[in-house]
Design a protein around this ligand. Sequence first.
Ligand SMILES: NC(=O)c1ccc[n+]([C@@H]2O[C@H](COP(=O)([O-])OP(=O)(O)OC[C@H]3O[C@@H](n4cnc5c(N)ncnc54)[C@H](O)[C@@H]3O)[C@@H](O)[C@H]2O)c1
Length: 259
Amino acid sequence: MALVGKIAVVTGAVQGLGKGLSEILLQNGAKVALLDVNETEGKSLKEAFDKQYGPDKTLFLKCNVESEEQFKAALQKTVQTFGRPDIMCNNAGIINETDWEKAVSINLMGVVRGTYLTLEHMNKLTGGQGGVVVNVASMAGLGPLPSIPVYTATKHGVVGFTRAMAAASDMSGYGIRFNALCPAFIQTDIINAMYTPEKVGQFTHLIDATKKLMEKFGMLQVSEVAKQFLQLVTDETKNGEALMVQCKGSDYVTFPSLI
Ligand SMILES: NC(=O)c1ccc[n+]([C@@H]2O[C@H](COP(=O)([O-])OP(=O)(O)OC[C@H]3O[C@@H](n4cnc5c(N)ncnc54)[C@H](O)[C@@H]3O)[C@@H](O)[C@H]2O)c1
């Protein structure tokens, strides 16, 4: 898939990984709707992108992925402004083991919501033109991070949901590919949450164990992960994949075959 002229939607787009994913899409010629709850950062990022890529290349839309209404409206506005999306990246995520229901709501329910709402615009069976959905999971979607079990559960959920949707799409003819991005530790603000007792709650005593894991795996830069993300978007042969990204390289995960 060539990206010039393509329309993308990215959630959690105004900082960290989402900003990097939005930027690599822009650099390759796509237009990007930037969805995020952070309006202040959103407006200033849009200004910066306007200067760099031109004013008609991005759209900032305040959107909490927990809200069906806001998400629907943001996609509607994207369609009105740019046209139907070709690329959806459900990236917004948090770490909060104390308010764990919020973590489930954003990390898993937000991804399901974003996927289903986008399907309405992309599905070839209902007049769409197909496309690709990349859901941001984590290496914690493939194995346990003991200090953040609910985060681990949500990311396993994202991997499972994405793979099931890929198979459903294949079997039904949606014309949409679904892939999961599973990075190890990346240098972004979410890392601070792993060190914060209010966020890890009853697992605060495991913070040192997380630090040891970080030393073992190293810290990825956003730009390195963004490059790998591009493979999942552009390579038309990739559907139902989970791409594990580590400092030492990236690999497509092999799962047992059930279907
Ligand atoms: N940084 C890492 O080590 C790492 C590793 C693997 C996966 N991830 C995943 O990458 C994704 C991006 O995280 P990040 O590392 O850039 O963290 P971050 O905290 O820097 O960015 C998260 C972004 O999501 C936005 N957001 C939060 N709640 C939202 C909501 N309800 N609706 C819309 N937007 C919301 C925030 O405003 C922020 O812009 C997350 O899904 C995270 O789980 C991060």
